[in-house]
Design a protein around this ligand. Structure first.
Ligand code: C2E
Ligand code: CA
Ligand code: CA
Length: 255
């Protein structure tokens, strides 16, 4: 797929709940297969991880995402773009140098890129991985904990990982309105995030009712179809310019 040029980079917006403005985006890979059509990364990323092909795949995504972020800057956008990394990537000793190389090649400044990681990155050689994460953070790359609540959810990992934000998994967020237990999990996670001085981001927000429930809880940011679906990265600046999430929030002050 890499050699045939069949990979595409899409991205999906994130919105700050307080300002109601677009505050960043997540880069998501797509494979446009000649016969099978669009294949979801949910299928091929796992295959790439188990076959050892994740390294060139991640390399492709990083190049495409840094290039895209450079173009965003030229188009007048300052919001960060997040790339998903696999556990394997964090064990690759060449990763930090590659990232540093891409930063200087594309003129990427501190705060422009983020990495999303799951707790599984700490499953083997946690001390080495924490060191690698710290080196990326020192380069000015913000780190986020992805799919929180579904993996090992070790509170020690949470304490040790140099992440600034936590993304609460869709499986809890989606049920927040109908299921009191999911609501309790989301509420406690947001409180935990704030107590640890981290931002809470809810994933998979599809409806206004879910937005309202998250707003009442004090969640910081959201991502999901309610805000915007993933779209090709080169279409993103036009979307962002026209979007209601780029306009000033309507005044809610009572007269
Ligand atoms: P993820 O990191 O949790 O990404 C969020 C997934 O949820 C994306 O699926 C996105 O399209 C989908 N999504 C977003 N909002 C909604 C919503 O409101 N409702 C529903 N039902 N779904 C929503 P996608 O793009 O199919 O990616 C699946 C997974 O594949 C990602 O989950 C991530 O773990 C992995 N992945 C995607 N791109 C990459 C990549 O470049 N590198 C690596 N290592 N993994 C990737
Ligand atoms: Ca992610
Ligand atoms: Ca996720």
């Amino acid at each position: 797929a890499i050699d045939a040029g069949e990979l595409l980079l899409f991205c999906q917006p994130k919105v700050d709940m307080r300002t109601r403005r677009f505050c960043g985006a997540e880069a998501l890979m797509r494979w446009k297969h000649q016969r099978r059509g669009m294949i979801s990364p949910a299928i091929f990323v796992e295959l790439a991880e188990s076959s050892g092909l994740i390294t060139p795949l991640t390399q492709w995504v990083l190049e495409a995402a840094f290039d895209a972020r450079h173009r965003w800057h030229e188009a007048g956008f300052e919001q960060p773009l997040a790339v998903n990394l696999s556990a394997r990537d964090l064990h690759d000793p060449r990763l930090v140098d590659r990232v540093q190389g891409l930063m200087s090649a594309w003129g990427i400044r501190e705060g422009w890129m983020q990495f999303e990681l799951t707790e599984s990155v700490l499953m083997s050689e946690p001390a080495t991985v924490i060191d690698t994460l710290g080196r990326h953070r020192d380069l000015g790359i913000e780190l986020m904990l992805d799919d929180f609540g579904t993996g090992y959810s070790s509170l020690r990992y949470l304490q040790q990982m140099p992440v600034s934000s936590i993304k609460i998994d869709q499986s809890f967020v989606r049920r927040i309105v109908d299921d009191p237990e999911s609501a309790a999990i989301v509420r406690s996670t947001v409180e935990l995030c704030h107590a640890l001085h981290k931002r809470a981001i809810a994933e998979g927000v599809e409806e206004v009712a879910v937005w309202n429930a998250l707003e009442a809880i004090g969640c910081d940011a959201v991502q999901g179809y309610y805000v915007g679906r993933p779209l090709p990265v080169n279409e993103f600046p036009a979307w962002a310019r026209a979007s209601r999430w780029s306009q000033p929030a309507p005044s809610t002050a009572k007269t």
